[in-house]
Write a protein that binds this ligand. Structure first.
Ligand code: NAP
Length: 488
């Protein structure tokens, strides 16, 4: 496949270039969506702008491939996923560089993402052959209950820009393992990674039409048209809570099954008895992985009074020492934000916090010049009701709030519409578990700064989502249980 971008010299492997919309196993060249390097605002490539008609052709392709894929033995589906894992691993460095270029994240973060993303293919290659069923007696003892699982059907997968590889594989892996065919719509900011992975999927043996990929400047109408098509039975969305709400309403019109991975506002609670060095290490990971552009990012640090000042000093020193730069520069630890709009939002939240009495201990203002850079920032002395406590910062800003009692920490942690992730640091494991249990979130990390694992159920409570991805339950999102009432 030839290179259709002006920046071909950036890529070592020409197999990874976008070749157009990917429908029914064919590449359809096109343009209309510029993809930018956020560290320089340089245009890297242009990808096609799919119309509603294109999207409906993708549904057609997914439908045409559905029966064959469903009939493909689970072991054969598993082996294709496993080959896709191997190919991603072989091309890891090129994929990481592509992610760094279009998303801006530092190379170590991008390498971590590729490894994490590939792992979903390996995990679901293992789960494809373990789809559960049930055989029971009715309570009366007179009959039998038999439960089978069918592929749910054609699945529309929508992903955000912050993990362009992993958010796609976390959906494609279980969907294909379950026997579903899919249409992936990646975010407009970071489509190159999705197209590159589709290319590797074809090389791995994914049949034409099983995975289709399209990009569009009109996600609303294009996705609505797909959801209105009665052949589409599943929507799996990762993105903001606002868009998630809109899509739930759209999906309601045709009663399409929805899995929703939405926004977060994670509390990071540190008790006096925590191991300070471990808490600081964990805080840096929970806050700074992806430069803070993660749904699980620690958004509010609640630190008990006895350890508060040492934690502020320690976090300030570590944050101030980080090196900013383009993601692809090997020395970079913190890359740019995705867009100028993202920087403006962070700036607004920090400015509002300062107006409410917050003290900036490092950072605190956008960096002038080319690229969308915001420096690592620590804020202390914040009121609990500051705007920044209620919105996703999605950037390298750590607001620290002081608390005195366990009850107060739990109350503050739960004072949000979100419920995705939470972090608790304490040497007293029973307290950490008690507090973790009381916090209303789908995931809790105890004395750890990282919770994502393909083998674990990832997802949120409250307005952070519906359903789970990964783990043994992730595949169930793409299966329809079928109950047979059996007399014999
Ligand atoms: P976003 O604005 O909600 O966009 C996500 C995806 O939805 C993109 O592909 C976007 O396409 C598409 N989209 C936008 N409007 C749409 C519409 N009306 N109908 C159909 N699709 C639409 O989110 P984002 O800014 O890309 O990502 C950041 C958000 O994702 C944060 O809130 C973060 O917490 C959340 N997130 C959650 C998880 C999780 O697992 N819970 C993981 C990662 C990120 P365009 O790019 O073309 O606009």
């Amino acid at each position: 496949m030839t290179l259709d971008t002006p920046s071909g010299e950036d890529f070592a492997d020409p197999h990874l270039h976008a070749g157009g919309l990917y429908i029914a196993g064919a590449w359809e060249p096109g343009h209309g969506i510029p993809v930018m390097d956020p560290s320089s605002a340089r245009i890297l490539a242009e990808v096609p702008d799919a119309t509603i008609a294109d999207a409906l052709r993708a549904v057609e392709a997914a439908e045409a491939a559905a029966a064959g894929w469903r009939a493909t033995p689970p072991r054969a589906r598993a082996e294709i996923l496993r080959r896709w894992f191997t190919l991603m691993t072989e091309h890891a460095e090129d994929l990481a560089r592509l992610i760094s270029l279009e998303n801006g994240k530092a190379l170590p973060d991008a390498r971590g993402e590729v490894a994490y993303a590939a792992e979903f293919f390996r995990w679901y290659s293992e789960e494809a052959v373990r789809v559960p069923g049930e055989f029971r007696h009715t309570p009366s003892g007179a009959h039998h209950i038999l439960v089978d699982h069918d592929p749910i059907g054609i699945s529309v997968l929508i992903t955000p820009w912050n993990f362009p590889a992993a958010m796609a594989t976390r959906k494609i892996g279980p969907a294909l393992a379950a026997g579903c065919t899919v249409i992936l719509k990646p975010a407009s900011e970071t489509p190159l990674t999705a197209y590159a992975m589709a290319r590797l999927g074809a090389e791995a043996g994914v049949p034409p039409g099983v995975v289709n990929v399209l990009t569009t400047t009109q996600p609303g109408p294009v996705v609505s048209a797909m959801l209105a098509d009665p052949r589409v039975r599943k929507l799996s969305f990762t993105g903001s809570t606002g868009v998630g709400r809109t899509l739930l309403a759209e999906a309601a019109k045709t009663v399409v099954s929805c899995s929703m991975e939405l926004g977060g506002n994670a509390p990071f609670v540190v008790f006096d008895d925590a191991d300070l060095a471990a808490a600081l290490d964990g805080a840096m990971i929970a806050k700074m992985r992806n430069a803070g552009e993660a749904c699980t990012a620690a958004n509010r640090f609640y630190v008990q009074a006895g350890i508060h000042d040492a934690f502020v000093a320690g976090l300030t020193a570590r944050m101030a020492a980080l090196k900013l730069g383009p993601g692809t520069d090997p020395a970079t630890q913190v890359g740019p934000m995705i867009t100028a709009k993202a920087v403006a939002k962070i700036d607004r939240l920090v400015t509002q916090a300062v107006a409410r009495g917050a003290r900036v201990t490092t950072g605190g203002a956008p960096l002038p010049g080319i690229g969308y850079f915001y420096p690592p920032t620590v804020l202390e002395n914040l009121p609990a009701d500051a705007e920044i406590a209620h919105e996703e910062i999605f950037g390298p800003v750590a607001p620290i709030y002081r608390f005195d009692t366990e009850e107060q920490a739990i109350r503050m942690a739960n004072d949000t519409e979100y419920g995705l992730a939470a972090y608790v640091y304490s040497r007293d494991l029973s307290r950490a578990l008690r507090v973790g249990k009381a916090i209303e979130s789908g995931m809790v990390a105890i004395n750890r700064g990282l919770m994502s694992d393909p083998a674990a159920p990832f997802g949120g409570a409250k307005q952070s989502g519906l359903g789970r991805e990964g783990g043994v339950t992730g595949i169930l999102e793409f299966l329809e249980p079928k109950y047979f009432a059996v007399a014999f």
